[in-house]
Design a protein around this ligand. Sequence first.
Ligand SMILES: *Cc1c(COP(=O)(O)O)cnc(C)c1O
Length: 348
Amino acid sequence: MTVRTRADLDQLPGYVPGRTIPGAIKLASNEVSPGPLPSVVEAITQAAAGVNRYPDNSAAALVSRLATWLDVDADRIAVGCGSVSLCQQLVQATCTEADEVIFGWRSFEAYPIITQVVGARQRRVALRPGHRLDLEAMAAAVTPATRLVFVCSPNNPTGPAVRRDELDRFLDAVPPDVLVVLDEAYHEFVTDPEVPDGVELTRRRDNVAVLRTFSKAYGLAGLRVGYCVAAPPVAEAVRRVYVPFSLNSVAQVAALASLDAHDELMARCREVIGERERVRGELLAAGFEVPETQANFVWLPLGEATDRFNEHCLERKVIVRAFLGDGARVTIGTPEENDAFLAAARAF
Ligand SMILES: *Cc1c(COP(=O)(O)O)cnc(C)c1O
């Protein structure tokens, strides 16, 4: 006799991580290519000597540092084991089976998985031309059962970010008891001045939660640290469903050291932004459709040709993230890595 698990487990889509192949260039997971800064490695090494102890469950030093850094009260911050965990905590804290989560589609592939794990219903709202979130349609999709709406900005995997005017209109239209989660995983790569700062919005709107992460711009994807900024009752609800000690002690120290090295890390981001513009320009010149992007990746809406493009890049030892039948997302790497990708793309 086998163990009885949930009947719906087989229908759960698996999260597909970017592939890693020795010797190949990995542009599949939106990581930054250069390794951690020496100062961050040093802090990690020192923290390693203390791992016989449990981590600080409240991550007090990191929370207090983030509060000063963002100029918000500490009770408006919840930290977690990557912002994916915080996405799950937010859904767990707001939804049970009868409730509904709305998100654009295509958007971050963790949203449908998390929603299904929690057992809530999901509504996907098609993107509008330009591969942008359709905030008007998302507001119109809200029903009395809706508890949470994910707004991924910039949108992973397509690239555009939502602008101030459309977001304000959206937030005015959404009932104040529905939580809007602004997922700003790529915030540090945004250059469009019309894109609002989500943390600022949380000061005026009690139903907005902002998610940020140390995985992308800060280069700590392997350590798993993210944070949520929201009104105190929302932040408290997120903390209530936290898996104890899941934000480990090494990660807490590395996040602090990364904030210390902020200027150096932002200089790296500026290089990525410069490369993003170059890569997009060259792809457009080569005849590809490439939506505007405010993140550290480009989206190639190749439709049925996606599979063939993916295989073509793999043969040239470049790993992209293919969403079959839809498109390929390609992370901006170092200039050399990007050149290898561009050479492959031009030969397609
Ligand atoms: C990468 C990513 C995250 C996850 O970040 P972690 O902090 O590594 O869990 C969250 N949201 C979006 C949209 C992402 O692309």
